[in-house]
Design a protein around this ligand. Structure first.
Ligand code: CUA
Length: 320
């Protein structure tokens, strides 16, 4: 419930905030629809309520004249809606044509996003970087993002940066995103996709080209080997507990991408797709019993001792 309320408030707050030309066009279209719809709603409300007041039996006890059929009226209320709907159709198609810029068949996207129940796999194909749930982008760049799904239908939406688009298994879709101003932009999965749909958040960090390049090189670097004794034990546990069957950590043998890439998990702001801040406590809670944190998540409970959980947490949080 809290998740749903948070999602709704997030979308309301975000819905009219725009940080890209494309998004401004979508917002203007939305406002046009809203104004026209509001005028129609007011007009109908006025006629219904006004009629009920004017013709109420206390004031007009006599039966009002009953009218059957009125061709003029029929024509008016058929033609006006047709004109309005045609207008909506034309302006919508126009904006769609403007924001869905054509993509060449062989054009490689800047970023590939693969939706999973319930997290986002994010890949910078040109820079060979894989991360999860948090995207970094350079400000002022028009970026081509390919959206796919590994399981069910999800929907990508970061309202301030562009349109929303479904993530459909077997049917990759392209969208363009752009941030005109640096900042953090929130998004969420917008197609109901199971129990934890509300916890499929997206965080986009838009930053200067220089900062973005720094971030890319930090992500490209192999993860640092553990230093402290506790972290070393954690790294061993990671292998023993079969974590590499699902997760990858660069610089180690772990290379599976069934679950989120953990190479630089310590550098992310949030955990579990925007569900909790990235703190050792929150990660420990997860490792102790993932189902208690995010019921239905694919991660099994490995039934570890408190000591083991702490070692693993220290190791993973050290992967900056
Ligand atoms: Cu993924 Cu809703």
């Amino acid at each position: 419930m809290t998740g749903i309320l948070l999602s709704v408030s997030l979308i309301l707050v975000n819905i009219l905030s725009s940080s890209s030309g494309d998004e401004t066009k979508i917002n203007n279209l939305f406002i046009q629809f809203l104004i026209i719809s509001a005028i129609i709603a007011l007009l109908i409300g006025f006629l219904v309520i006004g009629g009920a007041i004017i013709f109420r039996s206390k004031v007009r006890p006599e039966e009002v004249e009953q009218i059957h059929g009125n061709i003029k009226l029929e024509i008016i209320w058929t033609v006006i809606p047709i004109l309005l709907v045609s207008y909506f159709l034309v302006v919508t198609i126009k904006v769609m044509a403007e924001i869905n810029k054509p993509v060449a068949k062989d054009q490689q996207p800047d970023i590939e996003v693969i939706a999973h129940q319930w997290w986002w796999d994010m890949r910078y194909l040109k820079q060979n970087v894989i991360t999860a749930n948090e995207l970094h982008i350079p400000v002022g760049k028009h970026l081509l993002v390919r959206i796919e799904s590994a399981d069910v239908i999800h929907d990508w939406w970061v309202p301030a940066l562009g349109r929303k688009i479904d993530a459909i298994p077997g049917q990759p879709n392209n969208i363009w995103i752009e941030a005109d101003k640096p900042g953090e932009y929130q998004g969420a999965c917008s197609e109901y996709c199971g129990a934890q749909h509300a916890w499929m958040r997206i965080l986009v960090v838009a930053e200067s080209q220089e900062k973005f390049d720094q971030w890319i090189s930090s992500q490209q670097a192999l993860s640092k080997p553990p230093v402290s004794e506790e972290a070393k034990k954690g790294a061993e546990l990671f292998q023993q507990k079969t974590c590499p069957d699902c997760h990858a950590i660069s610089g180690t043998d772990a290379a599976s991408h069934i679950g989120p890439d953990l190479s630089h998990i310590g550098s992310r702001e949030t955990l579990f797709s925007g569900m909790k801040p990235n703190t050792p406590d929150n990660l420990s809670e997860w490792l102790t019993n993932p189902q208690k944190v995010k019921d239905g998540a694919m991660m099994p409970n490995f039934i570890m001792s408190k000591e083991e959980v702490n070692e693993l947490t220290t190791y993973l949080e050290g992967l900056k």
